[in-house]
Design a binder for this molecule. Structure first.
Ligand code: DSN
Length: 478
């Protein structure tokens, strides 16, 4: 496929948009320019392929398609059926899953679908049974009351937020923390690693309906075989949220005990992080949960986004190619090189390293909060995000950590040598930044000082580092 085709496609699209609202066309062009110039180390972001991006910009966006393939609430869904079935087929083949549901609009939505499926499958509720067999009109007020009581307050055990778990695994700012009776497992304070004996102990005491595995800020592999054994020992359904590391599963970097798909009853993911697809979510499950999962829309989801499902089909087809395995391995090689580069220069890393796509720097070692470090790095052209570390004294807003990840830079083609240079840039910024004070002289968690000349110099070095690896080399908008 010629590079010219990509340039023509994006240029033409912008020309058509510009004729209606030029400021939108300008913002799209500016976004590409910004992404090209910044050292993107946000662990949850990536760069989707031109084919994936283009699959989203079309008339599929105009179609309603509530329901599932072949069973829609709207007429005329035959082409939506084609792309939804294709995306599901690619997902099943790629991950070796019995069933795939590709409608969720995000990871949070995928988790809601999974929670619903498990509740509907596991909770003994005669009223729910009546509702499921479509005798809704026969339900009395008392039935509805019982149904709400029976489905509410079910127990969920997930990884704690400051140990790297996700908000949707039962934390208060998310509905999961309000509808479930939640408890969490953390990590060993000495090593930062999951202590499976402690998880088993918590499961025995708490007897959760759902045991959740998976994370968004834990830099290590997780043994899903052991977690499944723990779930089985207490009769829990084992759910894994692999949003962050789906690309490493797809690329067969995580296999055996570290591949969640053969071990979990239900697996959720996003499609846009290490998997490198469009923004969206997906659920994979064992056959007994498939019927409930397929009720995701309209149970908890708004109408499916057929244009995004088309893009999921394209991205999943890309992930089935042999070169995706090479990409996935390079993500981890780069992450480890970045961790080693930081450690060699004296940084303090949670767990002392990484075996996945992300590294968590404990910036208290530099005398900074996560908020100060994040902003100082951004001033220097390095895009990261602040993140809690285990037992974080600064809470979830200011934090004591910086989370960095390599999926995006690996897509651009940067390798281990550039990761060492990146470690040097990060370390220089963090050592040269000093924490500020409030007007009353007390230490500030947000203010900091960094010489502007140094920040500019680092930003130029970051741009130089990227110059050899152009982003979307086939797209010339000029
Ligand atoms: N926002 C995603 C992340 O950055 O990890 C997860 O929700």
């Amino acid at each position: 496929m010629s590079r010219n085709a990509e340039s023509t496609a994006f240029r033409s699209a912008l020309e058509v948009i510009r004729a209606v609202e030029p400021r939108v066309a300008d913002a799209i062009g500016a976004e590409l320019a910004d992404q090209r110039e910044s050292l993107k180390l946000i662990a949850s972001e990536n760069y989707a392929s031109p084919a994936t991006l283009l699959a989203m910009g079309n008339w599929f966006s105009d179609k309603y398609a509530e329901g599932t393939v072949g069973r829609r609430f709207y007429a005329g869904c035959q082409n939506v059926d084609t792309v939804e079935a294709l995306a599901a087929e690619h997902a099943q083949e790629l991950f070796g899953a019995a069933h795939a549901y590709v409608q969720p609009h995000s990871g949070i939505d995928a988790n809601l679908v999974a929670f619903w499926a498990v509740l509907a499958d596991r909770v003994e509720s005669p009223a729910l049974k009546k509702a499921q067999v479509r005798q809704v009109n026969d339900l009395t007020e008392a039935d509805w009351f019982a149904l709400r009581r029976e489905l509410g307050n079910q127990r969920m055990l997930g990884m704690s937020l400051d140990a790297g778990g996700h908000l949707t695994h039962g934390f208060r700012p998310n509905i999961s923390g309000k509808m479930f009776d939640q408890r969490s497992y953390g990590t060993d304070p000495a090593t930062g690693l999951i202590d499976y004996d402690r998880v088993a102990e918590a499961a025995r005491e708490f007897k959760p309906l759902i045991l959740v595995g998976g994370y968004s800020a834990y830099p290590r592999k997780v043994n899903f075989r052991i977690l499944r054994e723990i779930a089985d020992s207490v009769g829990a359904t084992f759910m894994v949220d692999m949003a962050h590391f789906a690309g490493l599963v797809a690329g067969k970097v995580f296999t055996g005990d570290f591949d969640p798909v053969p071990h979990a009853h239900i697996v959720t993911t996003t499609t846009h992080k290490s998997l490198r697809g469009p923004r969206g979510g997906m659920v994979l499950c064992q056959p007994e949960l498939a019927d409930q999962v397929d009720r995701g829309c309209p149970m908890v989801l708004g109408g499916p986004l057929p244009h995004v499902m088309a893009a999921k089909a394209v991205a999943l087809a890309e992930a089935r190619r042999p070169d995706f395995a090479d990409y996935a391995q390079r993500i981890v090689d780069n992450s480890q090189a970045l961790a080693e580069g930081l450690l060699r220069r004296g940084a303090k890393l949670v767990t002392g390293g990484t075996d996945n796509h992300l590294v968590l720097i404990d910036v208290s070692g530099y005398g900074l909060t996560g908020r100060q470090a994040e902003q100082a790095l951004l001033d220097s052209g390095i895009v990261t995000n602040r993140n809690s570390v285990p037992q974080d004294p600064n809470g979830a807003w200011y934090t004591s950590g910086i989370r960095i990840g390599t999926p995006a830079l690996t897509t651009r083609g940067l390798g281990t040598a550039e990761m060492d240079q990146t470690a040097e840039l990060i370390h220089t910024v963090l050592t040269q930044t000093t924490a500020g004070a409030n007007a009353d002289g007390t230490p500030s968690k947000a203010k900091y000082t960094l010489d502007a000349g140094l920040a500019d110099k680092i930003a130029r070095q970051a741009t130089d580092l990227l110059a050899t690896y152009p982003l979307y080399p086939g797209v010339d908008l000029s």
